[in-house]
Design a protein around this ligand. Structure first.
Ligand SMILES: Cc1cc2nc3c(=O)[nH]c(=O)nc-3n(C[C@H](O)[C@H](O)[C@H](O)COP(=O)(O)O)c2cc1C
Length: 219
């Protein structure tokens, strides 16, 4: 049986593009892998882990386990639980949004908490080669030659962690211009936005179909 780990980090449910594209991807994986596919969900957008747990978990790493305070033991337990969800899954879906030109603080907190677990420290290979999808939604446009080219400081960072630090076999599905529908100044970009959204859903369907081969090759 295949297990999907799905992380959402959009701070909204209604109208979320990252969630909608991740839904398409999840459904495509289930269609390919069978209806007994399990989905383990972690929604840090709507149910974030408290921000101060990370510092406690990180500093516990500098103290022998026998000397952990109750707070340090509890924080390391949170890191371990988050890490278990990822280790136990066969395929990962990480859905996120661009906020204030950077990464969602809740996604950053989740990554930091995972890295505090020894299995996810830089240099480890715990989830190396695991199939994974990064689904990104951005309100504006950041392509080469546009005024805001280079201003997306989220996607590069999360790619570094997922691909280079943890060694995942990563596919990235990016949707831009999601604010075009609701922003009068972006009205001229609506057709392009709709085209990009349709392409993202198609990429999600194709990505979902590709998982079976990846899992068989890895087995
Ligand atoms: C608080 C906030 C800050 C945002 N900052 C940016 C930004 O810096 N650049 C951008 O292109 N879009 C920005 N957006 C728009 C989101 O990236 C866009 O709505 C995206 O689709 C959100 O993901 P979701 O649709 O999955 O919720 C922001 C949205 C919110 C709510």
């Amino acid at each position: 049986m295949t297990t999907i780990f799905r992380l959402d980090s959009s701070i909204r449910l209604e109208g979320s593009t990252s969630r909608a594209v991740a839904d398409t991807l999840e459904a495509a994986i289930i269609e390919a892998e069978g209806s007994d596919t399990a989905v383990v969900r972690r929604d840090v957008g709507l149910d974030p882990v408290a921000a101060d747990v990370w510092a406690t978990s990180a500093f516990a790493g500098f103290v022998p386990e026998a000397d952990w305070s109750p707070e340090q033991a509890a924080a390391r337990k949170v890191s371990a639980e988050l890490a278990d969800e990822v280790v136990d899954a066969d395929v990962l879906i990480i859905a996120t949004s661009l906020y204030n030109f950077g990464v969602s603080q809740h996604l950053k907190n989740w990554v930091d908490l995972l890295i505090a677990d020894p299995r996810f420290a830089p240099g480890t290979e715990t989830i190396k080669g695991k199939p994974a999808f990064l689904v990104v939604a951005r309100g504006g446009g950041y392509g080469e030659g546009t005024p805001r080219a280079g201003w997306d400081h989220a996607t590069g960072w999360i790619r570094r962690v997922l691909e280079d630090v943890w060694g995942l076999d990563l596919d990235v599905i990016e949707t831009e211009l999601t604010l075009a529908e609701v922003t009068p100044q972006m009205a001229g970009l609506r057709d392009l936005a709709r085209e990009q959204l349709a392409e993202s859903h198609e990429a999600a369907r194709a990505g979902g179909r590709s998982v079976t081969l990846k899992l068989r090759t890895a087995a």
